[in-house]
Design a binder for this molecule. Structure first.
Ligand code: TRP
Length: 332
């Protein structure tokens, strides 16, 4: 049987956190076992905020190297850079014309952003339609995303239904695939809010590039609770700090949360944190080694993205041709 298609994207902005690893990249790696995976570095999406040329270039290669270090296998999956495949922009325009103004105005992420910054560009408004183009170009079946992207996936489905209703079965209707804990990796000092790479307080996050000393400091300062006797138990509501560290530890060691709870029965928070620190340092040191291997090998990176773009174009152009034919463009 043909493998189902997975598509997801990540923006090349800033350094990633352990939350990005657990929420996205570790899942991306795992999904390769079962699905045909297509992963996109969404550089066009990142232009909704002004990007300095050299920094953008650097960020793209950084993220690509992180993806490879995290186990995305370019021989098995497709990894490519969005702007290298012009079909994304071409389909974007067409889908713009099949999306209602009101639908986009209702997107909560847009409403939140416009609230923070009055000076927004039209790209930010159109952003979810570019996302729909990314997804629909590859006849995607499933999209691994965090909770904050659900509304965009719903919009993508609505656009696909609408288009198919008029023109027949052009697009596969995609479904979201939520990860178990992913969107729940929380800030270290305020475990009720999401760990975010754009957090103004660096002590809230573990960056994939924090060294051993910094990791130790940050975990030692991470919020726990004052339960007595100390209780290392997964309980998001009443013990968000401990639960958060259990999620992190479980993901980087591969031990289930149940197992970890058992192992740390009757242990205190200091011992627990010590283990989180040890494992995080081990894990991140290994990851960084792989990262530097790729990041310093420009020829290899160039080869990977050229091959990625070629493969992506093959699929994207098939869908775009179907769309053009259906609409009546390109008929001569
Ligand atoms: N907008 C997504 C984010 O910021 C990234 C993205 C771009 C994406 N295109 C996509 C995610 C398509 C899923 C599918 O996280």
């Amino acid at each position: 049987m043909k493998k189902k298609i997975i598509f997801s994207g990540i923006q090349p902005t800033g350094l990633l956190t352990i939350g990005n690893y657990i929420g996205a990249l570790s899942q991306w790696k795992y999904l390769q076992k079962k699905y045909f995976c297509i992963y996109c570095i969404a550089d066009l999406h990142s232009l909704t905020i002004f990007q300095e040329k050299n920094i953008l270039n650097k960020n793209i290669l950084d993220i690509l190297s992180v993806c490879l270090a995290c186990g995305i296998n370019p021989k098995q999956s497709i990894i490519f850079i969005q702007s290298h495949v012009p079909q994304h922009s071409q389909l974007h325009w067409i889908l713009n014309c099949f999306t209602n103004f009101g639908e986009i105005k209702r997107m909560t992420q847009f409403k939140e952003k416009i609230h923070l910054n009055k000076n927004v560009n039209v790209g930010l408004f159109n952003y979810p339609i570019l996302m729909a183009s990314d997804i629909l170009l590859y006849q995607t079946n499933k999209i691994p995303v965090g909770k904050d992207q659900i509304q965009h996936i719903e919009l993508t489905r609505d656009i696909a239904y609408r288009f198919n209703n008029i023109y027949g079965n052009i697009f596969t209707i995609p479904e979201k695939r939520l990860n178990n804990y992913g969107s729940c990796v929380m800030s270290l000092l305020d475990p009720k809010k999401k760990m975010s790479k754009s957090d103004y307080n660096n002590n809230n996050i573990i960056s994939l590039f924090d060294d051993d000393f910094i990791i130790k400091q940050k975990i030692n300062n991470a919020v726990t609770d004052s339960d007595y006797p100390p209780n290392i138990k997964y309980d998001l509501k009443n013990k968000p700090g401990i639960s958060n560290m259990l999620i992190i530890l479980s993901n980087i060691t591969g031990h289930s949360i149940k197992n970890l709870e058992q192992n740390f029965k009757n242990k205190n928070y200091k011992d627990f944190k010590k283990s989180v620190i040890q494992n995080l340092c081990l894990f991140l040191n290994k990851l960084r080694k792989k990262y530097f291997f790729y990041r310093t090998n420009k020829i290899l990176l160039k080869d990977i993205i050229t091959t990625g773009a070629t493969k992506a174009k093959k699929y994207a152009s098939l869908t775009l041709k179907k769309v053009y034919d259906a609409i009546g463009l390109d008929s001569l």
